[in-house]
Every structure is written in C-alpha cells, then in structure tokens.
Ligand binder design. Sequence first.
Ligand code: SF4
Length: 469
Amino acid sequence: MSLDLNNIKELDNGNKLVGDLEFPPRKMWVKTYGCQMNYHDTERMVSHLKPLNFSLTDKQEEADFMVFNTCAIRDLANQKFYSHLGGAKHDKAQREVKIAAAGCIAQTESKALLKKYEQLDFAFGTDVIDNIGEMVYRAYAGDKKFSVTSWDRSDDYSIQTKVEPGKPQAFVNIIKGCDKFCSYCIVPFTRGREKSRRVDEIVNDVARLCKYQGIQEVTLLGQNVNSYGKKNGESLAQLIMELEKIDELKMIRYTTSHPYDISDELIEVHGKSKKLSNHLHLPVQSGSNTVLQRMLREYSIEHYLERLDKIRAANPDIVISTDIIAGFPNETEDEHRATLELLKLAKYDFIYSYNYSSRPGTKAAKMDDVLTKDMRGRRLREIQALQLELQAEVRQEMVGKTYRVLVEGSNTMKGELKWKGRSSCFRIIHFKPETPESNYKWHWVDLKVTSVTALSCQGEIVKDYGKTI
Ligand code: SF4
C-alpha cells in the first residue's frame, strides 16, 4: 500500500487514482453531535475527502461511507450515538458501506467501540481529523477494525481553515484543548491540552478566506478562547484587532469563553472594535459560590458579575448569554435558589440549561450524590421558566430599533413565508419579503424590530444592501 494524497490522478472513467487504489464517486454521510467545534470538524472531514471523490449526502440510506462524529459532554448525546450506531448494523447488512466513529467518544473509547459494534470499520480521535484521507484509504485498501487516537505532540498548532463553498460565514479554530479540568467536564480528556495557532497564521488564513472564498463573517472557535495565545505571548484581544484590519471581513464572533480568563484588554476591545459582535456567551454554570468551588470553576459570582458590569460599561449594546447546569451533585435548595437569583441579576438574553449528567472519569463522577432525577428535573424547569419570563422583558428593548442582519435563509411560519437572519447581537430576526419572489439569501439587510416574545423576534425590512456592505 502506498499513498500520496498530493498526487491524485483523475481518470477518464470519473474515478480518481490515489496511490494504488481507484476511488469511484462515493457518497459520504455524517451524523454530528454536540458543539460547534464538532460541526466544524465535520466540515474539515468533508473537505479532506472531496479529493478522494466523496461528496456529502444527507440521506443515510444512500451513503457509501458513514461517520458518526460523537460528543462526550452529555449523556443524552452519548445515548443517541449508541442507538444510531446500533441502527447502522442494518445498513451494513444490506450493502457495501464503511462506517467510522470520530470525535470525543471515539477518542477515549475507540477500542471498546470497535469490539462491541461489528459494523464499525474504524474509529479515530479528535486530534487526527485532518488525517481522515489516510484512514479512509486504509479502510478501502482492506484494513479492518483499526483505531487512530494519537495526540499531536508538537508545540505548534497549525492548520488551514476549510469552508463550505458559497457561504460567507466560516468557523475558524484558533485554540484546541483545555487546561481547566472543571470537575464535571470530559473535554480535557477528549481534546487534550491547550494549544493555540499563531496570530499571523490566523490573520493570513482569514484574509485568504475573505479574498478568495467570499467570507465576510468568522466565528473564532476553541474550548476556552480566552486562553488563546497565552503560551505564545499573544492574546485574543490582539488577534481581534489584527483581524479587524481585513477590509472584506465584516463580523467577528468568538466562542466559548471562561469567566476567569476574560481580561481587561479583551473587555476594552469589546468597547472599541467596530467588527466584533455585540454578543458574548459567558458560561456561568451556577449562581452559587459553593457549587462553583465544587465545579473547580476558579471564579466567584462576585468576580463574574464584576466582569459583566465592566463589559456592559465598555459596550452598552452587548447582549449576554450563558450556560447553566441544574442539579450539580449535592446541590442544596439554597444553592439552586442562588442560580435563580443570578438569572435576575445578570439579565441574560438566552441560556443553554441542562441537567447535570455524570461523565465517567471526571472528578464529579466520583462524588456521592443525594439528588434524584426528579429533583434535577424540577430545578431545571424552574430555571427555564424564570429565564423565559426574564428574557421576554429583556428583549422588549429591541422593539423599534434597527439591526443590521446577514440573512441566512427562509421558512414558512403559520403559512407565511419569512426570511431570517442573525444580528450582531446574535438574535434571530424574522421578516416578510417585499415580494414573494424576493431572494435575500446572504444579503445584508437593515431590519426594524416590530414585535418580540421570549422566543421570537419579528421585523420589517428597512434597507437591502445586497451581498456585501
Ligand atoms: S473550561 Fe471547563 S467546562 Fe470548558 S472545556 Fe474546559 S474543562 Fe470543560
């Protein structure tokens, strides 16, 4: 077996000759679970396999190659994956199909998965996504039941961003891994230690995307982007101000943040940057200091609220969202109430809230826990009900204001065609087209908000700028 992925020949019959193997046109289907990092990893896989004659399909039944890109953070996503993978046994029995597991579960459990699921051909971890071409080649060359879960041991983290053609938005990985070891989280075990790309590399990468691939909006990605560059003497604030200089780039977003690492320098950038989104997702997880200590989150609620005040002073238009875990082990009723109080103080625009679920191998999984499923469920419902009340109020201030939006698509609401886009502050606004034929896909438009509820926002078109501003 020999392989040079830089030396692929197109044959007259439509096949591609890669090393010793011919690759006919094949369909690839990917099921992605979890966070934006995973969705972006999926984009990378698809783009790496295009030269090997694979094209993406959304129909599992026509796939020649299936990938399950897994998430280990919550038990629900795990269970869904096991059930979907179990179902793929029927596909394997009916036709020639290769099946792989990728992502966080594959990183830690690849051998067990390969043993348990006979339909699985290979499994690979989070740090070898960019080697998917070699792995697929191995599978089609006849290698069976192999796993690749090695870590990239080099000090540098250097990649080129892959994007979906025709879309002006791109996810750009800037840091991978996490050094925090929050007591409930499996990420440091599935994604390794923090490693950042260099500012220069990212700026050149984004400039290339803007110039040659029409990218106008980037979301800078990492498990903890606020730690970006620390080991290289660089920072997220510095990166944003450098990206700001790229003329064609119109909007910069980043996720996810850690409240302990939000620096004064970055807060200042939220005040002065013209392109940084008016939205910050700042996961708090709990409103109780004692729970935060058990979570090993490194900050107190006082510190968190002080950061919020400072960010809002720097940028009065900023909109804040957060993550909440309901029912951390042994959370008392008072600790739960502290989270409800925090919601009232912080005035979030929206929250992602979940019941705590134990992840094997984490410190929290070893804690004795007196909470029942019912107690957790009730606390989560209380958190969500209060937040809905609060966000209905918070969003009222949008009515009458005009927002610049990049239009992402359309759908039919109660029998009526509506287009929708996301504002700088990350709110989705729906609007009616001027004519039924009007096509606003990827247009920048100004929308005046006419009405809001806790969960939806309606506007009317004020100005259509077309595909660029
Ligand atoms: S900061 Fe904590 S919760 Fe976030 S990825 Fe790292 S360990 Fe997990």
